[in-house]
Design a protein around this ligand. Structure first.
Ligand SMILES: O=P(O)(O)OC[C@H]1O[C@H](OP(=O)(O)OP(=O)(O)O)[C@H](O)[C@@H]1O
Ligand SMILES: Nc1nc2[nH]cnc2c(=O)[nH]1
Length: 187
């Protein structure tokens, strides 16, 4: 039997709204223009890190004018919890990455383990360049060495966030805003 989830309604009642959809959309549109400039016309592999990046990836792809080849990976470190552990790979890239520019697209750069490992995997598959686009980055000093976003939307406080693709115990991914639990909740 499934363990009951903590209530999303209770979480929302105790959370702060950080960014609404109308504030995120122009940020994503501007990121698309910066990515076009960086690609310089090269057709990149647009590699979405499922599940959290789903909503951001759809909006970002529509903001990029350069043609893209879509693929996705499914890698999860949090597995519906509020703290991360080791990365579990559920789906590797299917498109051959040898000699390709890869644009890795994820919702959040938190401690950086996920994007670091996925980027390493892309290089092992022969990618010539891997660029990282994240909707948000958390401000703290726990970021692993050697990882940063090339394109980032917004910076967030060091609190557990959900909405806009990000889950609260696998709930709330389709909320059209980013919310943060109050300090001390969800730990
Ligand atoms: O920088 P890190 O500390 O590694 O955390 C960031 C990762 O955590 C989330 O994924 P999660 O493992 O929750 O899976 P999900 O995408 O299915 O929500 C998010 O989508 C990032 O991929
Ligand atoms: N939903 C969610 N996923 C994450 N993955 C890494 N950090 C977070 C976070 O604060 N919220």
């Amino acid at each position: 039997m499934n363990t009951p989830h903590p209530s999303l309604t209770d979480a929302l009642a105790q959370a702060d709204l950080l960014y609404a959809r109308h504030e995120l959309e122009p940020v994503i549109a501007a990121m698309g223009a910066r990515i076009d400039a960086a690609l310089g016309g090269e057709r990149a592999v647009f590699l979405t890190v499922m599940n959290g990046a789903l909503i951001f990836a759809g909006q970002l792809a529509l903001a990029i004018r350069t043609d893209l080849e879509f693929d996705y990976v499914h890698a999860t470190r949090y597995r519906g919890e509020t703290t991360g552990s080791e990365l579990h790979w559920l789906r590797a890239p299917a498109v051959p990455l040898a000699d390709r520019v890869v644009l890795l697209v994820d919702d959040i750069l938190d401690e950086g383990h996920t994007l670091k490992e996925v980027r390493e995997d892309c290089y092992k598959r022969g990618a010539k360049k891997v660029l990282i686009a994240s909707l948000c980055t958390k401000r703290h000093d726990r970021l692993v060495d050697g990882i940063a976003s090339d394109f980032n939307g917004v910076e967030l406080p060091d609190r557990f966030v959900f909405g806009y693709g990000m889950d609260y115990y696998e709930q709330g991914r389709n909320l059209p805003a980013i919310y943060a639990l109050k300090d001390g909740n969800g730990e």
